[in-house]
Design a binder for this molecule. Structure first.
Ligand SMILES: [Zn+2]
Length: 274
């Protein structure tokens, strides 16, 4: 029986080596496409930030998967109706991992892409500000779901830094109100039941339309408007490249799908860019 076991193990090792070789070949193709591209639009999702220690919501270890009740913190009607929920939300914001997380090699690679002059737009579903902290130009980053680094008044729309609001929470205000109008303050992120900023959606669609390569990184491409953007890009003749651990509904029309960890593969993709 021993020789059979050895053969089976060898075959498995061969298959694994083949898969690795295929993945490297795919990455080499993508690197060449990036070199040739003149306008690259990148869309990032939770997957790029999990490598910085920020948990996602819907993944296997996601916040909402493990604690479905936590999803109510992101429901606008509940937030408006329940002072107790707001107090819980402020405590949750105080402890948000974004305050201590550091950008990773994936974020840095997108800075390299931008400095090569090829980046048309950096669209992100993330609210953690890690792209800007890595060095991406604030004018390049389009935050589809807003940012946790600011608070917005639901009454008058006034915006203030989150640090100012959190300082008030630290000083004993458990649900700080707007200093202008007394309205309810919330992180400047898009909650359930809250419309996305139409200007932001338009800018994202324009960036998708005006690229020759669309790179989707760490996103399952299931949540609007992210779910619509690859189709806009492909419809206008762009190549589509997906870097994501899990399958997406766009894998079938993508020119390449890379399953490797983002912080490992993105630096290799941009290594040849000048
Ligand atoms: Zn206000």
């Amino acid at each position: 029986m021993q020789p059979n076991h050895a053969t089976q193990a060898d075959t498995q090792a061969d298959t694994q080596a083949d898969a690795q070789a295929d993945a490297q070949a795919d990455a080499a193709f993508v690197a060449a496409w990036l070199t040739d591209a003149t306008a690259v639009t990148v869309l990032t999702g939770a997957g790029i930030s999990t490598e910085s220690g920020i948990p996602d919501f819907r993944g296997p270890q996601g916040l909402w998967t493990r604690d479905p009740a936590a999803q109510r913190l992101s429901s606008l009607p509940d937030y408006v109706a329940e002072p107790q929920l707001r107090r819980r939300a402020w405590q949750s914001r105080r402890q948000h991992p974004a305050w201590s997380a550091e950008p990773n090699a994936g974020h840095q690679a997108l800075v390299t892409l931008e400095r090569s002059g090829r980046l048309r737009g950096l669209l992100t579903q993330n609210i953690d500000g890690l792209h800007q902290r890595a060095g991406s130009a604030p004018t390049t980053v389009i935050e589809l779901h807003g940012t946790i680094w600011e608070v917005e008044c639901l009454g008058c729309g006034d915006r203030q830094p989150m640090t100012t609001a959190l300082a008030r929470v630290d000083d004993g205000e458990d649900d700080p109100a707007c200093l202008r109008c007394g309205g309810i303050l919330k992180s400047a992120t898009v909650s359930f039941g809250q419309p996305l900023d139409p200007d932001v959606i338009r800018a994202a669609e324009r960036a998708a339309r005006e690229c020759d390569l669309f790179l989707a990184v760490g996103t399952s491409l299931t949540v609007f408007p992210a779910a619509a953007l690859p189709r806009v890009a492909v419809g206008n003749g762009a190549r589509l490249v997906i870097v994501n651990a899990e399958p997406t509904s766009y894998d079938g029309i993508a020119n390449a799908v890379l399953r490797e960890p983002i912080g490992g593969v993105l630096p290799r993709l941009v290594a040849g860019l000048r």
